[in-house]
Unconditional design. Structure first.
Length: 155
């Protein structure tokens, strides 16, 4: 007996102003609802999330078709270092009203890949949040306890 699983990626791109764009790549010409948010169809691909034992990872990439409408959008995402959340979901309802999240990835746009037929956004990991400011936040003693005041750490 063969078991089939349909997968959908939902991507939420958020500008520093808080403006968010939501796209999904499964329901052609339609939309789906995930966590109370509606995602419209756009053809895109998501790849590159790999981790090793020490927690390091390679950059993830979201790739769109190279079209005039997308070109300016991707350019703004690169220049303004937008935040990107990608959900990998199992499609449990063919109408797009019930998706089951299998994996969630959050990162910051670190660069762009421009090819003749495609435009890509390179994403840094949330593990790089200290240097990439994802999410933008200040650490305070009340949140994390005593903070070091020098670079010297003894174990």
């Amino acid at each position: 007996m063969t078991t089939q699983i349909a997968l959908c990626h939902c991507v939420k791109l958020t500008a520093p102003s808080g403006l968010a764009y939501r796209f999904q790549n499964f329901f052609i010409g339609g939309s789906c609802v995930q966590s109370g948010e509606t995602y419209q169809f756009a053809p895109f691909g998501f790849s590159g999330v790999t981790f090793n034992r020490s927690g390091e990872n390679s950059e993830a990439t979201v790739v769109f078709a190279n079209k005039d409408l997308i070109r300016e959008f991707v350019n703004n995402a690169v220049l303004q270092k937008w935040t990107v959340e990608v959900l990998t979901c199992a499609v449990t309802d063919i109408e797009g009203k019930d998706l089951s999240t299998l994996y969630s990835y959050v990162g910051s746009v670190s660069g762009g890949v421009w090819k003749g037929e495609s435009l890509g956004l390179s994403l840094t990991s949330i593990l790089d949040a200290v240097t990439a400011n994802v999410p933008t936040r200040n650490l305070e003693v009340s949140q994390v306890g005593p903070l070091p005041i020098s670079g010297g750490i003894n174990l």
